[in-house]
Ligand binder design. Structure first.
Ligand SMILES: Cc1ncc(COP(=O)(O)O)c(C=O)c1O
Length: 414
C-alpha cells in the first residue's frame, strides 16, 4: 500500500486544529510531536479505569502492573534491548542527570569526558557538572564544516587512554545530521571508555539496535515520537545492576526500578507503549511486516516508511529554501545525501533575524523554533549567538508538502 499522508493525519486530532481561521501547521516537531487519537485513548483509559498504584491484587492494580511491564517491553523492543535494561523517567535530561550522579563515583581527577560541539545541552550540562565534581576534564569533538557531522578524525584524537566516557548524539537537533555513532562507539571501546548515546533526535526517525551498536547507555524521549512526556534510558544490564543508584531503600536492590525513584507516571508509560505500537502499526500498514509479526519486526518495517517520506519532505523543504535566495541552510543539502540527515532543517535568511522569521511564521499559525534550541556549542561555534542563532523547521511523517509550501511562502515574502 502506498503511503497515505491524509490517512495518517486523520489519526491526529491536533492536525485538524485551526486558530483564527487558519489551519495550524506543526513544524516545530524536533521540540515535540503531536499525539494520535489511539495514544490519547490509551492514556484516557488508564486515567479512567486503572489510575492506581502497581502490585495490589485487584482489577485496576493488576491492570496497571501489567501495562507498566508491557510499556517496558515496548521500550525494549524500540531499542533492541531487554526490559530490565530500560528505565523510565521524566525526560532525557533528568535521566542523564541521574546517571551522571552515579557515574561520578567512577571518575577520578585527571580522567576525561568527551562530548561534541553538536550536542543539545542535555548531553553536555550533566557531564560538565559531573566532571567538575570529580576533578575530570571535558574535551570537545569538532563538527566537520563540510558534512555537518561529528568529525571522526577529531574524535580519534580526542578519545584517548584518559577518556572515561564519550557522550554524543545520534542525530543533531540543530543540523539534523545523523552521526556515525557506531564508529565513535568503536573508538571509545578501543580505549576502554563508556559510551552514552543521545538518541532524542534520532529515535523518532530511525531504527535503533543498542546491542548492535554496543553502546553502554542510550537515552530518548517519547514526546518526540508521538507519545507523552516520558524519558527512556537504556543501560547495559551489568552497569545498571552494579552502578550506585539513588532511590528509596526497597527499590535499591531491584533492577531496573533502582533507576526510577518514586512513583512512576503510569499514564505516561501507557501512552509510551501506545506510541510505540502506533509506529509499529505503520510497519504493518505500509511496510513489510505482517499482522502476526512481533513488535520489534513491525518497528523495523516501519522506520524506512517514515524515514523515506521524511527524506522527501526534507528535500522539498531544503530545495524550497534554496530557491528563495539569500538563504543558507546549516546542514546537509545534497539530494543524494538525504539518508545521512533527519528532516530537521536550520537556516538563516539575509536581512531577517531568526526571531523575525519565527514570528512571521507564527502569525500564520506555523510553528518553528529560533535561537539555539539548546544546541549551545553549535550556535557558539558557528558564531551566530549575537545575531540570534538559526531558525529551525522539522517536518515529520504527518506533515505535507503543502504545509512546507505555506512556510516557504511566508519566508519568501519577508
Ligand atoms: C538532541 C537532544 N538531546 C536532548 C534533549 C533533551 O530532551 P528532554 O527534553 O527529553 O530532556 C533534546 C530536546 O530537544 C534534544 O533535541
Amino acid at each position: 500500500m502506498s503511503y497515505d499522508v491524509e490517512a495518517v493525519r486523520s489519526a491526529f486530532p491536533a492536525l485538524q486544529e485551526t486558530v483564527d481561521g487558519k489551519p495550524v501547521v506543526f513544524l516545530d516537531n524536533p521540540a515535540g510531536t503531536q499525539i494520535p487519537q489511539q495514544v490519547i485513548d490509551r492514556i484516557t483509559e488508564c486515567l479512567i479505569h486503572y489510575n492506581v498504584n502497581t502490585e495490589v491484587p485487584y482489577g485496576p492494580g493488576e491492570r496497571v502492573t501489567r501495562m507498566a511491564q508491557e510499556a517496558r517491553q515496548a521500550a525494549a523492543d524500540l531499542l533492541g534491548a531487554d526490559p530490565d535494561e530500560i528505565a523510565f523517567g521524566n525526560n532525557m535530561t533528568s535521566l542523564t542527570v541521574l546517571l551522571s550522579r552515579s557515574l561520578v563515583h567512577e571518575i577520578k581527577p585527571g580522567d576525561e569526558i568527551v562530548v561534541s560541539h553538536m550536542e543539545h545541552d542535555g548531553n553536555v550540562g550533566p557531564w560538565v557538572l559531573m566532571a567538575e565534581d570529580a576533578g575530570a576534564t571535558v574535551r570537545w569533538i569538532d563538527i566537520d564544516p563540510e558534512t555537518y557531522a561529528i568529525d571522526l578524525n577529531d574524535a580519534q584524537e580526542k578519545i584517548t587512554d584518559r577518556t572515561k566516557l564519550v557522550a554524543v548524539s545520534h542525530a543533531g537537533n540543530g543540523t539534523g545530521t545523523i552521526n556515525d555513532v557506531a564508529a565513535i562507539i568503536k573508538m571509545a571501546k578501543a580505549k576502554g571508555a563508556w559510551t552514552f548515546i543521545d538518541a532524542v533526535q534520532y529515535a523518532p526517525h530511525g531504527y535503533i539496535d543498542v546491542k548492535e551498536l554496543d553502546c553502554d547507555f542510550l537515552a530518548c524521549s517519547a514526546y518526540k515520537f508521538y507519545g507523552p512526556h516520558v524519558g527512556i534510558l537504556y543501560g547495559k544490564r551489568e552497569l545498571m545492576g552494579r552502578l550506585r543508584a539513588y532511590t528509596v531503600r526497597p527499590s535499591l536492590e531491584k533492577q531496573p526500578t533502582r533507576w526510577e525513584p518514586g512513583t512512576k507516571n503510569y499514564e505516561g508509560l501507557v501512552g509510551t507503549l501506545a506510541a510505540i505500537d502506533y509506529i509499529a502499526q505503520l510497519g504493518v500498514d505500509y511496510g513489510a511486516a505482517d499482522d502476526n509479526s512481533d513488535r520489534r519486526s513491525r518497528l523495523k518495517a516501519a522506520w524506512p516508511v517514515l524515514g523515506g517520506y521524511e527524506q522527501e519532505l526534507a528535500q522539498h523543504l531544503i530545495g524550497g529554501l534554496q530557491a528563495i535566495g539569500g538563504i543558507k541552510v546549516y546542514g546537509i543539502t545534497d539530494e543524494m545525501d538525504m539518508a545521512n540527515r533527519v528532516a530537521t532543517v536550520s537556516f538563516r535568511k539575509e536581512g531577517s533575524t531568526p526571531q523575525e522569521i519565527t514570528n512571521a511564521l507564527g502569525a500564520q499559525q506555523i510553528g518553528s523554533r529560533c535561537g539555539d534550541y539548546l544546541a549551545v556549542a553549535l550556535i557558539d561555534g558557528l558564531g551566530l549567538r549575537a545575531s540570534g542563532g538559526l531558525t529551525r523547521l522539522g517536518p515529520v511523517h504527518y506533515n505535507t508538502r503543502l504545509e512546507i509550501d505555506r512556510a516557504l511562502e511566508v519566508i519568501d515574502q519577508m
